[in-house]
Design a protein around this ligand. Structure first.
Ligand code: B12
Ligand code: SF4
Length: 458
């Protein structure tokens, strides 16, 4: 039995535009979901993982599969349907799962043979058995997986071509920020894989550098932090010789012992959601954690950096409290906090989030031709109607923000600073140039987007 597992591409996502900017080569990440599914697949299935982000293959030239499994974020849904249609024309059954299938089930069910909602661990073996017996059900629901029984992902399967491997150690988040899908999809309970399983899986990863995909590797409660410390101790003891980056909340910077252990275990970078430079913005987004009294972002960032860990900060533009000037303000805050990289995104109502429900009910979705318009839900397009920032203004704000933070003098300043502090100056340079190279791509993309909007009936 032959199984194709496919990660569809969306050419509007700048990081996959490897041809147009060679710096993006360092930013194409492995589709871990498909590697996990492969790990759950019995040996009688011959598996091919296709990651269209690296290259779109000549599907007709490939051996005909018995089953196709497609994953998709919302931004990939259109391409997922094209790929599904191709295989269904050949009579090959297509199963789709992942976040978009979960949040937009009816739409997905119209376009594939079978949809899997939730986490797949508990149902995937049944899906395969049913496909084998030609009795696929229209829908399976995996709910939340038992974290003790997640087998290692198949790190051997994806061809080379990636700068980093990937692993997951926890799922779920209690914070339920308005714009984020994680609580709706993975639940509010912070669930952790057993530490020995994580360490064993790390040892299977071929790449020296690894992305830990957890939404918050350290969690929010004291018992979560204690577990993170135990994990880091076990990783250091296993002498993994890996360098890794992860996502965390700002409380990562509160605990010197945690930082020391993380660095010893190989942590070289952390991605932190600052989201807004204003308290009103943080309140609006439900990002309560960043509002803690007495929180000094600059001091937290410095403490993290002192352990040779780079800090990438993410911000959102387009909040109801954002006024013209917000782009400059974010660039200034990112500079003041001392961030090594800045990732600014447009506020985007992703299906299934609290923000989606609110904006939909207020008639504030600027795009409404679905599924076609999902391709713009990359967080790099202003897809909603923003309170104080009309289309042209918000694009201008984003452009100003990026141009200021990624001006050549400011990039060189950060690299020089990190050079003197022996803090990964080369990685800082590559990271900054990679973002900068996408500014040109973004301005072309915005021009196309505006053009598309103007052509639409009012
Ligand atoms: C790592 C990650 C990335 C990596 C992507 C790596 C990759 N190619 O997969 C990078 C950094 C590139 C990235 C980019 C983006 N991301 Co992202 N990302 C994540 C993150 C943190 C973890 C995903 C992951 O690997 N999980 C581990 C695997 C094992 O879990 P999983 O993917 O959920 O898969 C399980 C199930 O969903 C299911 N399943 C999945 N696929 C399939 C397929 C079949 C056939 C079946 C049966 C089951 C199944 O089974 C799996 C095992 O249980 C999630 C947050 C999250 N918790 O999901 C956000 C998340 C998926 N990203 C999100 C977004 C918005 C984006 C971007 C659009 C914007 C951005 N933030 O930059 C881009 C778009 C990229 C693109 N190509 O279109 C949103 C998506 C929401 C939505 N409705 O689409 C999420 C949920 C974050 C959020 N805050 O809301 N992302
Ligand atoms: S943005 Fe971060 S803290 Fe907020 S719900 Fe999502 S994962 Fe949790």
């Amino acid at each position: 039995m032959r199984l194709h597992l496919i990660n569809p591409s969306n050419p509007l996502v700048s990081i996959v535009r490897v041809q147009e900017s060679r710096w993006n080569r360092y930013r194409v990440w492995k589709p871990l979901s498909l590697m996990v599914l492969a790990g759950l697949t019995p040996p009688e299935w011959e598996i091919t993982i296709v990651d269209e982000n690296l290259a779109v293959p000549d599907y007709p030239a490939m051996p005909r599969p018995d089953l196709v499994g497609i994953t998709a974020f919302t931004s990939q849904a259109n391409r997922a349907y094209e790929v599904a249609a191709h295989f269904r024309r050949l009579g090959v059954p297509v199963v789709m799962g992942g976040i978009h299938a979960t949040m937009c089930l009816d739409e997905v069910m119209e376009r594939v043979d079978s949809a899997v909602t939730g986490e797949a661990e508990s149902v995937w073996p049944q899906v395969l058995a049913d496909a084998r017996n030609r009795c696929l059900k229209r829908r399976y629901d995996g709910g939340f997986a038992d974290m003790d029984s997640i087998p290692p992902a198949r790190h051997d399967l994806l061809a080379s071509g990636y700068a980093m491997g990937a692993i997951q150690t926890t799922r779920g988040c209690p914070m339920n920020c308005t714009f984020c899908s994680v609580t709706a999809f993975n639940g509010a309970r912070y669930r952790q894989r057993p530490i020995p399983n994580v360490v064993r899986e790390f040892q299977l990863i071929r790449e020296k550098r690894v992305l830990v995909v957890d939404d918050n590797l350290i969690g929010t409660r004291p018992e979560h932090i204690a577990r993170a410390k135990d994990l880091f101790r076990a990783m250091a003891r296993a002498n993994l010789r890996k360098e890794w980056v992860a996502q965390a909340t700002i409380n990562f910077g509160d605990d010197e012992e945690l930082l020391g252990l993380a660095a010893k275990a190989g942590c070289r970078g952390v991605f932190i959601g600052f989201e807004s430079p204003t308290p009103e913005g943080l309140l609006e987004l439900g990002k309560k954690f960043n509002l803690l009294k007495g929180r000094d972002f600059r001091a937290s960032v410095r403490r993290i950096q002192r352990h040779n860990i780079l800090v990438v900060g993410s911000f959102i533009i387009g909040l109801d409290s954002d006024k013209p000037g917000i782009g400059k303000r974010i660039a200034a805050a990112a500079g003041q906090y001392g961030l090594d990289n800045l990732n600014a995104m447009f506020l985007t109502p992703l299906p299934g989030t609290r923000l989606w429900k609110q904006m939909k009910s207020e008639g504030r979705l600027a795009l409404g031709t679905f599924p076609e318009d999902w391709r713009y839900f990359t967080l790099t397009f202003p897809v909603a109607r923003y309170k104080h920032l009309p289309l042209d203004t918000i694009i201008e704000e984003m452009t100003t923000c990026d141009r200021e933070f990624y001006s050549m003098p400011r990039i060189l300043g950060r690299v020089w600073n990190n050079f003197w502090r022996h803090r990964q100056p080369l990685i800082t340079l590559i990271g900054n140039l990679s973002y900068r190279s996408n500014l040109r791509l973004s301005s072309n993309t915005y021009a196309d987007f505006r053009c598309q909007q103007e052509k639409r009936p009012a």
